[in-house]
Design a binder for this molecule. Sequence first.
Ligand code: MLC
Ligand code: AMP
Length: 512
Amino acid sequence: MGNPLNDALFAPHAGREAVFLHLPDASVLSHGAFLAQAARIANALAALGVRPGDRVAVHIQKSPDALALYAACVRAGVVFLPLNTAYTPSELAYFVGDSEAALLVCDPAEEETLRSIAAEAGCALRTLGVAGDGTLADLAAAQGAHFDTVSREEDDLAALVYTSGTTGRSKGAMLTHRNLLSNAETLVDIWRFGPDDVLLHALPIFHSHGLFVATNVTLLAGGSMIFLPRFEIERVLEGLPRATAMMGVPTFYTRLLDDPRFTRDLVGHMRLFISGSAPLLAETHEQFAARTGHRILERYGMTETSMNTSNPYEGERRAGTVGFPLPGIEIRVRHAETGAPLPAGEIGVLEVRGPNVFEGYWRMPEKTKEDMREDGFFVTGDLGLIDARGYVHIVGRGKDLIISGGYNIYPKEIELFLDAQPGVRESAVVGAPHPDFGESVVAVLVPEPGEALALPAIEAAAKRDLAGFKRPRHYVLVDALPRNTMGKVQKSVLRERHAAVFQTHPPGASGA
Ligand code: MLC
Ligand code: AMP
C-alpha cells in the first residue's frame, strides 16, 4: 500500500541534492534536506500522539519549516488544516473547535494568546517559528530523519481548507489525495513544468493557490522555488531574473506594472506568468503584454475544486477569459434558479465535475447536498458562459462574495459582526472597485434612531475581531437601506451608489 501524495510529490526526492528552495538570505535548501526535516516533524507529530486521520490546524508564518509541516502531515496520514495568518483569535477558535483538531501549531509569539482557545477545544498546542524555533521545532530536532510513511488510499483526506460561506459560517472543504494529486498532474502537464523550472513563490501557503497549485506543481515537476515570505516588490524584482515562472493574484501584476523597474529586459528570459484567484482585468493583461511581451496565462479555480480551467500554454490566451476546462474536468452552464441546461453562449451558473471536485463540507451534509448535483456536478456559484470557441468567461457571481487581493470575503459574516455593534440598527456590506485589491469592502450602516454611532469604537472592534483583509475600508451612514418590494436589501443599488469611493478615498481611509 502506498500514500498517493507522498509517492508522487515527496518520495521521489528523498536524498536528492538538487535545490528545492532558494531563500531570501541567499541560502538554499535541497530537496533531500527538506524531506529529512519533514520526516523529523512527522516523528514529532507521532510522538505527540497525533494519529492518521487527525486534523492538525496550522497558524504560522510562511517558512521552509511551515512547508515541511505540510509534507510531514501527508507522510503521517494526517489532515493538514492551514489557516490564514491574518485570522484573529476569535476567528481561530471557530476553526479549531469545528474541525476538532488534535493539534494546533502556531507562532511562538501567539502561544500565550491561543492557549485558552486550544484548551477549550481540547487540542494540544505547539509552536513553529520562522527561524527554526518553537516547541514543535525543538521536538522535531530530537527525532531521527527516518519515518515510515503511513499508507493512505486515494479517497482519504489530505487537507481540510475552510472557505467562508454565504450564511456567515465558514465551511471546511474536505480534499482527498486524489483531488490534489490529479490536479497537480494535470497542471504540470498543461503548463509544461519540469525539473529546470524555478518558480517565484510570493503567495501565502495557507490557500489553494500558494500551496496546492504553486507548491504541489513544483514538487511534482521536481523543480525549485524562490521562496519569499510575502509579496514584497523589491524582493520580487530581485528574484525575477533568476525565475522561469511566476504565479500570482491580479494585485501582483498591477503592482509590478506600477513599478518602472519592471521592464521587458527584466523578464525577457521567463517562460510563464500565471494569474488566478480573482478576475484579471483585460486592461491589465494588455498592459502586461505591451510592457513585457508576455501574455499572462489566466486560470480559474476554487478551494473546493482546485483548478478547473486554464488558458492554453500554446494557442491564444484570451484576455477576460479563463480558458478551457482542464483535461478530465467537465464544465457546464446551468440556469441560476432552476438548474435547467442553457444553450451555448448563455450566462448561467458554472458547474464542475471531475477528480478534482472535493468530497464535501466537513460535517455539513445538508450544505454539501445543496451544492452537489446528483450526477456529481458541483455548483460553483460563479456566473459564466462558454463561448463558441470553448473559452469559459466568468461574468459575475451568483454568491454574495467580495474578492479583495485574492482573498474571499462573505458580506454576511461582516454584516453579522456590524449588526452586533452598539448603536447599529442594521448594516449592508458590498464590494467596490479598488485600484490595488481589485475590490474592497464598503460598510453601509443604519444607526439606531436617536443614538450617536461611535464609528471609532466599531473600527476598533473590527480590528480586534476580524482579519485585516475583511475589515471595511470605507463606512457610510444612512437612514435606511434600499429595499425591493419583497423587503430584500438591494445590494446592486448600494454597489452602484458607492462604486467610486476608492477612486476618491486613498486606500485605508474611512469616512461617513
Ligand atoms: C492585506 N491587507 C489586505 C489584503 N492583504 N486588505 C485587503 N485585501 C487584501 N488581500 C491589509 C492588511 O490587513 C493590512 O491592513 C494592510 O493591508 C497591509 O498588510 P500587508 O500584509 O502588508 O499587505 P500586502 O503584503 O500588501 O498584501 C496584499 C497581497 C496579499 C495582495 C499581496 O493579500 C496576498 O498575498 N494575497 C494573495 C491571496 C491568495 O493567495 N489568494 C488565493 C486564495 S485560493 P491594516 O489595516 O492592518 O494596515 C483561491 C483559489 C484560486 O482563491 O483560484 O486560486
Ligand atoms: P476561494 O473560495 O478562495 O477558493 O475562491 C474561489 C473563487 O475565486 C471562485 O469561486 C471565483 O469566484 C474566484 N476566482 C478564482 N479564479 C478566478 C479567475 N481567474 N477569474 C475570476 N474569478 C476567479
